[in-house]
Design a protein around this ligand. Structure first.
Ligand code: GTP
Ligand code: MG
Length: 273
């Protein structure tokens, strides 16, 4: 299988890698990179025109890593410019704004655009993805919580970090994990180490938590028809309790989902004779 093998220089300890940033316009991609590379924050919005390019050197263990950063413009208008730059990436920063649900919902279409542009070269196992839930400093306008973001990321084998380019929260930790993971991948022959892909919870658990979060009422949450009997409610409850019990399920949001299911059952049983 083809991998996005990074370029090695003569010195075995040094590596050259390419990373790109993806996400809707104005979510903070450029500011995250600026915060890390220049240790500053610019409150005024300066839209990236097509693409911005920068280089930084980082040290991971005994290796010097030269990182080529391609900061993409999120605006649809720049599609023709950025589509050239997807190929040969070892790392992707996927950014959304925790105060804008549409920027979170758009993550799937960003992955879609990337796969389409990489064509036959699209080997997603040879790319490290980090999801940045950005602008966490703006707590009052937050609409996408940590559990939802983390579940989306970790169920795909991606890292998840809460960041604020404004305050600097999470930025260094996120980049350290990013570069260390890319280095691990390179040392693993260009494939993400298994431990990173293995998320420790099942797709069924992740899908069930998502379904519970978006359910419209207690019947819907338990997956029974309105007017179901006590037995039907209890049976549905037991199945969900086994699947989501916090002692057994490590998926992000499982504890809240479990509590919601317990509450739904209690409130339904109160009204069923
Ligand atoms: P495009 O280049 O158009 O794709 O946008 P971008 O994703 O690069 O966004 P950019 O980094 O330019 O930031 C957009 C706006 O959000 C700017 O006004 C930033 O100051 C602001 N911003 C970015 N990150 C944060 C953050 O963590 N907190 C707050 N409060 N504002 C932020
Ligand atoms: Mg930008």
């Amino acid at each position: 299988m083809e991998t996005n093998a990074p370029k090695r220089r003569d010195n075995k300890k040094s590596l050259r890698v390419k990373v790109i940033s993806l996400g809707n316009a104005e979510v903070g991609k450029s500011c995250i990179i600026k915060r890390y590379c220049e240790k500053r924050f610019v409150p005024k919005y300066l839209a990236t025109i097509g693409i911005d390019y920068g280089v930084t050197k980082v040290q991971v263990r005994d290796r010097e890593i030269k990182v080529n950063i391609f900061d993409m413009a999120g605006h649809p208008f720049f599609y023709e410019v950025r589509n050239e730059f997807y190929k040969d990436s070892q790392g992707v920063l996927l950014v959304y704004d925790v105060g804008l649900r549409e920027s979170f919902d758009a993550l799937d279409s960003w992955l879609g655009e990337m796969k389409q542009e990489m064509g036959s070269q699209a080997n997603m196992e040879s790319i490290v993805f980090i999801v940045c839930a950005n602008k966490v400093d703006l707590t009052k306008r937050r609409v996408v919580d940590e559990g939802e973001g983390r579940l989306w990321a970790e169920s795909r084998g991606f890292h998840y970090f809460e960041t604020s380019a404004q305050s600097g929260e999470g930025i260094n930790e996120m980049f350290q994990a990013f570069f260390s993971s890319i280095t691990d991948m390179c040392e693993n022959g260009g494939k993400r180490p298994v431990s990173e892909v293995n998320v420790g919870f099942t797709k069924e658990q992740a899908d069930t938590i998502r379904r519970i979060r978006s359910s419209k009422d207690s019947w819907d949450m338990l997956g029974v028809k309105p007017g179901a009997t006590r037995e039907e409610v209890n049976k549905a409850y037991r199945k969900l309790a086994v699947l989501l019990h916090p002692d057994k399920c490590v998926a992000p949001g499982s504890e809240d989902a479990f509590k919601a299911v317990v509450n739904a059952r209690t409130s339904l049983l109160k009204n069923i004779k």
